[in-house]
Design a protein around this ligand. Structure first.
Ligand SMILES: [Zn+2]
Length: 344
């Protein structure tokens, strides 16, 4: 029977979390990390707490058999997936789940990723299969992951469609390396479809300060951030709504984010009263939040959502979220947010 020192495992989980944030593979409270401590238990990051505030007493010890846990801190809402991994893979020592940018963007085509590069294959294995869809934190997602784990016993990297990645390895360091390597491979796949970042000679137009102030006053947002990130700007040129391609996009920014001409300030303001983002045709997007951190998170999620849309439009078989699934997630997120569950 294998056993690992529990406190040491908790420290390793915290370190891996901070490392993920540092490398841009995780943000805020999104994603989760666990490490096996025995044949029957693992330790995992808690639900809804940012990585940079984690201390050992916030890392939860969970029983694999029924996902019951010790203490008063609630484990990550995806603890069931981690439990299934450890039960099905006796050699798995660590599991990381991320919403990393490029991997999430390419997950919309619901196909696995094959990499031909020898050095990447050494880390990732031959194929990173994609599971069936299930909303975050649901039994349906858990069952979908369980099925793919059984179907691909050799794989250790998985795509969760419209959501993110799951990395399974013998230890945290290896799982972390898999997350990084997978992001590089996913970014290459994204570029293969969408193309390189070609900034043409002409600089795209920018919103004036006066207009920004007018919109901010009009919509009443505490914080309004103007985004001209690459994919956001590119998408804004299309002049169409952004469909709910990713789970976190529909939760945090809104379902079907509108795009309006710069002369239609009234519609821009109206959209920002219901949603946390709006596109201004050819100019990029505006993102709102109660705090600056919230608005920045919307900006980041929107950029990822635009990447998913740009990729999804080109990659055959890609599909957006079902409208009902997207709306439920937006509702649940807003409800929890308003009750402070995400701020604790
Ligand atoms: Zn997730």
């Amino acid at each position: 029977m294998m056993t690992v020192d529990v406190d040491k495992a908790k420290r390793e989980v915290i370190r891996a979390g901070k490392q993920l944030v540092k490398k841009g593979l995780a943000a805020r409270t999104w994603g989760n990390i666990s490490m096996r401590i025995s044949d029957t238990q693992f330790v995992i990051t808690p639900s809804g707490l940012p990585y940079d505030t984690l201390t050992e007493d916030k890392i939860v010890t969970v029983n694999m058999s029924d996902v019951s846990y010790e203490g008063h801190v609630r484990p990550s809402s995806e603890a069931g997936i981690h439990a299934d991994v450890y039960r099905l893979r006796p050699l798995a020592g660590a599991v990381i789940h991320t919403h990393q940018k490029a991997a999430s963007a390419i997950s919309v085509c619901q196909e696995g990723l094959f990499t031909k590069l020898e050095k990447e294959r050494a880390v990732l294995g031959d194929v990173a299969p994609c599971t069936a869809y299930g909303m975050p934190g649901t039994k349906r997602l858990r069952r979908a992951v369980e099925k793919t784990l059984s179907e691909y016993p050799e794989s250790k990297v998985f795509l969760l469609p419209k959501h993110g990645a799951l990395l399974v390895d013998s230890d945290l360091e290896s799982a972390f390396l898999a997350a990084e390597t997978f992001e590089v491979a996913s970014e290459r796949e994204y570029r293969r479809m969408v193309g390189k970042n070609v900034s043409s000679g002409k600089r795209p137009p920018e919103l004036t300060k006066a207009l920004y102030i007018k919109i901010r006053r009009g919509c009443g947002a505490k914080h309004l951030i103007y985004s001209r990130e690459e994919a956001t700007l590119l998408f804004s040129k299309k002049g169409v709504k952004l469909s709910p391609w990713l789970d976190d996009l529909s939760q945090i920014a809104g379902v079907n984010i509108g795009c309006y001409s710069i002369s239609d300030v009234k519609s821009i303001i109206k959209e920002l009263r219901h949603k946390n983002a709006v596109f201004v045709k050819g100019y990029g997007a505006l993102c709102t939040g109660d705090t600056k951190t919230d608005a920045l998170a919307v900006k980041m999620i929107l950029e990822k959502g635009c990447m998913a849309a740009l990729y999804g439009e080109k990659a055959a078989g890609s599909r957006t979220l079902k409208s009902i699934d997207a709306r439920i997630q937006r509702f649940v997120y807003r409800y929890h947010y308003s009750t402070g569950a995400y701020n604790k």
